[in-house]
Every structure is written in C-alpha cells, then in structure tokens.
Design a protein around this ligand. Structure first.
Ligand code: FCB
Length: 450
C-alpha cells in the first residue's frame, strides 16, 4: 500500500519492490527441505527405521496421527522435484541426508544404495545448474542408536562422525556446502526435555547431555568432511532468535537473559568461543552436561559458515513467553517480526569476533493455504518472505557478512509434531494425488530471482 498523501513508500512497498539485484553479487538464493519431511519410502533400499518412525507410531505424538512414511514421495519423484526447483530459478537447494539410509545400523557397514540416492540428487542438481547444499543430520537418527541412549550416549557423536565421513567420501566436492547438524536446540531441548519431538523424553539433564554430544559430533565430523571434500564449505546450522524482555521489570529482564542463554548462547558460545555461558551453566546446576577434557577444543573447530534458521523472536516475561499485543502471527502461532532478523544479524556480528560468514538456511511461514482451481493465493507468505529479505538486506548493508538465503520450504511437507496440518511450502502439495502446484509466493520468488 502506498501512502497516497505523501507517496512515500512504506517498508512493505520497499520489500515488495526488492529483486535479487539489490543484494551483493554472488549472493545465493535457494529453497530448503529435509529428508524425513519429504522423502517417504521409509522401508526401501535398505533404510532402517529412524527415531521419527518410532515416535510417529506412538499414539498422541503427532497431532493428525500421521507420519513421514510417504510424505511427499520425493524418494520416487525426485526428478520431477528437481525440475521444479530449477523452474523456480533458484541458485541452490538445501536438502538433508537420512542417516538410516546410509548406515542402517547406525554404526558399521555403509549401505551403498542409500548413498546412490543422494548421489543422484547431487548430480541431478548440478546437471540443472543448481548448487547442492547438504545437511547431514536433520533429526532422523537411526532408531537402533536411540536404543542405546541416542544423543545422551557419547558414542553417538563418534557414530555421527563416521556416517558423515561416508557421505563426504561419496559426494565429495560436488556438494557446495555441508552442514553437520540442523538446529541442535531442537534435537536436544525440544526432543529430550520438552518432549515434543522424537524421542519424546522429558528430562533436562538428558537434553543437556544430548546437546553436548551433538556439538561434540559436529566437532568430530568437521575434519572428516574437510578430509573427503576439501573444496566444499563446512559448518553448522542453528535456530536463533532474539529473546527480548517483555517489560523493564528486573524479573522479566532476567528471564529474557536466561532464555537467551538456553536458546542462543548455549550453542553459539561453545562453537564460537570454546566455552559454555557461565550464567546459564550456573542456572542448570546439577543438570550440566558431562564435558570431558578436550571436548571444547573440538567443538570450537573453525567453520566456513554459520547457517541461521530464523522464524521469530521470543518476548519473555518472568512467567514465560508472551505474544506482544497486536502481534500478527503465522499458522504456527509464531509472531511475524522481520526486524528480529536484522537485530539478530547485528548482534551476532557484535558479540562474536569469530563469526564466520552467514547463510540464512531457513526462513518461512505456515499459513492455511487453500487451492482455488490451479492457483493458491498466499499473499501473507509473499509478504513474509519479502519483508524478511528486506530485513536481511538491511543487516547486509550494515556490514554483516551474509552470503545467502534459503526459503523454508520448497514444498508443503511433514511438519513434525503437526503432521500435514501446517503448510510451509512455496509449492502446494496435494497429498492424495501428490500433485505439486506453484503457490503465488513461488511465482513471486521466481519473479524476484529473474
Ligand atoms: C525448523 C526445522 C524445519 C521445519 C521448520 C518449520 O525448526 O528445521 O525442519 O520444520 O522449522
């Protein structure tokens, strides 16, 4: 909307007028997915069950009672999906590799058929002029490792490094970037303490132990990736967001600082400073993780990039998270707050001298999209994406080294505990026919990229 009195463009107008030419040369634009959310083919070509297969089979875990057993059937429809990605005009595609396809027993023999699939994807992308960006762990741990404690077991970190080596050995330098972990906060706190994700336990000490072993796994996997794919970039993906105080009251300020410690600094500080944040360490008391000598040196390994997934900020009071009055939210109930992305980028640069270049590896929104004929009108998603890109550009122009942006997600998919009820895609998926349909936001992204 233009302000007709003055004809001054509003921030939304500015965002709507953005094109890729406003970004630095070489800035990478892509779309992202993950294996369990799209692949299906849960029992094919030697894949073993993951913790998500087990979790989905437990009554009450997934709100629509579904699972990723079929999902978007991408395992069979990958060629058509790669054509779709190419048709969007993106530079890059971020996908994840399913550990249970590659090392079905969790540790031990490699299943070549599992690697074949990811090699087809990698080569298929390259043939279409699209850069492959791989995530090695997007939460689908082989179930057999969970039987031995999952990420609470230190051995899992070593198993992860071995599995990572097998993937990097096969795919090598063809992959532009390898991320070890996606969002270790989710695969520790959300999974072992809050219990909303697999394996669904509720134990803070277990969550902190899992988080430490995830970070250790990152530290152990990085040299393996570099050894087998020396020309690829290697790093990690964190979900981050400002945790702001709901008021000036000291108890709210303290709660916000504690939330920041648990959500952001617990992961950033070991990775980028080689230490856990002292205040949060004191807060968790006897639940602090079992750190062995040398672990933090391993975890602090230099990264070529930090992947940041940004969806929202937290506004924190002494009683917990609150939604600011008048906030607009997505279908997940998450506040839409593009400024938080600018703030986050500036804060990372200010607080972490060792900060590597940043990729936004996920950003997007769920809305209750409905199909009308051959169109899906999703103006709120387009506005979400464009205003966040505008916020990112502001941070880039303020001097933060940001190299790329991946929209979450290429297509509607299995949204974890919400099953198929939340649609994040730029492409609509009809789950009865597996038909894909470009939403208006996909058409917008296409035009933005032209
Ligand atoms: C992130 C996950 C991704 C997707 C989005 C909505 O936390 O990495 O798989 O579910 O949220």
């Amino acid at each position: 909307m233009t302000n007709t009195l003055t004809d001054t463009p509003t921030p939304a107008d500015r965002a709507a007028a953005l094109t890729r030419r406003d970004f630095p040369a070489g800035f990478v634009f892509g779309v992202a997915t993950s294996s369990y959310q799209i692949e299906g083919a849960a029992h094919e070509d030697g894949r073993s069950p993951s913790i998500w297969d087990v979790f989905c089979a437990q009554p009450g875990r997934i709100s629509d009672g579904s699972s990723g057993a079929v999902a978007c059937d991408h395992y069979h429809r990958w060629e058509q999906d790669l054509d779709l990605i190419a048709a969007l005009g993106v530079d890059a595609y971020r996908f994840s590799v399913a550990w249970p396809r590659v090392v079905p027993a969790g540790r031990g023999p490699v299943n070549p058929a599992g690697l074949d699939f990811y090699e087809r994807l990698t080569d298929g992308l390259l043939a279409r002029g699209v850069q492959p960006h791989v995530t090695l762990y997007h939460w689908d741990l082989p179930a057999t490792l969970q039987d031995q404690g999952g990420w609470t077991n230190r051995d899992t970190a070593y198993a992860f490094a071995e599995y990572s080596a097998a993937v990097a050995e096969r795919l090598g330098n063809r992959v532009v970037s390898y991320a070890t972990l996606n969002e270790p906060w989710c695969s520790s706190v959300l999974s072992y303490e809050i219990g909303e994700h697999a394996p669904g336990t509720r134990d803070r000490a277990a969550a902190l132990s899992a988080a430490h072993h995830l970070l250790l796994g990152h530290g152990l996997a990085m040299p393996e990736i570099r050894r087998h794919a020396p020309q690829s970039q290697a790093g990690i993906v964190l979900n981050l967001g400002p945790q702001e105080s709901a008021s000036d009251r000291p108890e709210d300020i303290l709660a916000a600082r504690q939330a920041d410690g648990r959500f952001n600094r617990w992961f950033l500080d070991p990775l980028l400073r080689g230490e856990y944040p002292a205040d949060t360490w004191a807060d968790v008391g006897a639940d602090a993780p079992p750190v062995q000598d040398g672990d933090l040196e391993l975890i602090r390994v230099p990264n070529d990039f930090l992947g940041v997934n940004y969806y929202s900020r937290g506004v924190i009071g002494a009683q917990g998270g609150v939604l600011p009055e008048g906030a607009s939210v997505t279908d997940m109930g998450w506040e839409i707050h593009p400024q938080g992305l600018t703030d986050l980028m500036l804060r990372l640069k200010a607080d972490y001298p060792a900060l590597p270049p940043i990729y936004i590896t996920e950003n997007g929104a769920a809305f209750a999209d409905e199909r009308s004929g051959d169109r899906v009108h999703d103006p709120r998603r387009t506005e979400f994406l464009s205003t966040h890109l505008n916020a990112l550009l502001n941070a880039s122009q303020a001097g933060v080294d940001i190299r790329g942006y991946f929209a979450w997600s290429l297509m509607d998919n299995f949204e974890w505990a919400y099953g198929y009820q939340k649609r994040f895609g730029l492409v609509y998926v009809d789950y009865t026919t597996q038909e894909r349909l470009l939403k208006d936001s996909a058409l917008w992204y296409q035009a933005f990229l032209k």
